[in-house]
Design a protein around this ligand. Structure first.
Ligand code: ZN
Length: 140
């Protein structure tokens, strides 16, 4: 039986998958055996190995914010180096920086989203639980 309190959680199964391991391998935060994505950023409905309702994780725009926050300074510095240091010219520096920035975002988004799903599972595991079903259906 899991006990949850703000900012921490004790997993029900007793297993602990490190957050970065789940993020880098893009696997289930509970068992670490099945992928969390069915496509590029589309979450699977349930973990194929343990049945965790992964689609209940609502990361919203969080991964995109953090990826842009991390990739923007890198792209800006590299763009300035290309523009000033390498003297590539404005359009070459702009074009290569745009390609670099887009590439960084494309590469960093899946592990960042997997990390946020894992953090959400570690801090609020009750959100992944099945909703309680009423024992008796109401009469019409
Ligand atoms: Zn699992």
């Amino acid at each position: 039986m899991g006990v949850t309190y703000r900012g921490s959680a004790i997993p029900r199964s007793g297993q602990r998958i490190p957050l970065l391991t789940a993020a880098l391998h893009r696997t289930c935060p509970r068992c670490g055996r099945a992928p969390v994505f069915v496509r590029y950023l589309a979450l699977v409905k349930r973990c194929a190995a343990c049945g965790l309702a992964i689609e209940r994780a609502d990361t919203a725009d969080g991964p995109a914010f953090f990826v842009m926050f991390a990739a923007s300074p890198v792209a800006a510095v590299v763009g300035l180096i290309m523009l000033i240091g390498l003297d590539l010219g404005l359009w070459w520096a702009f074009g290569l920086t745009a390609v670099l920035y887009t590439g960084l975002c494309v590469v960093l988004l899946p592990p960042t989203k997997a990390l946020m799903v894992a953090i959400q599972y570690k801090t609020r595991p009750d959100e992944f639980a099945e909703p309680a079903t009423p024992e008796t259906a109401p009469d019409p």
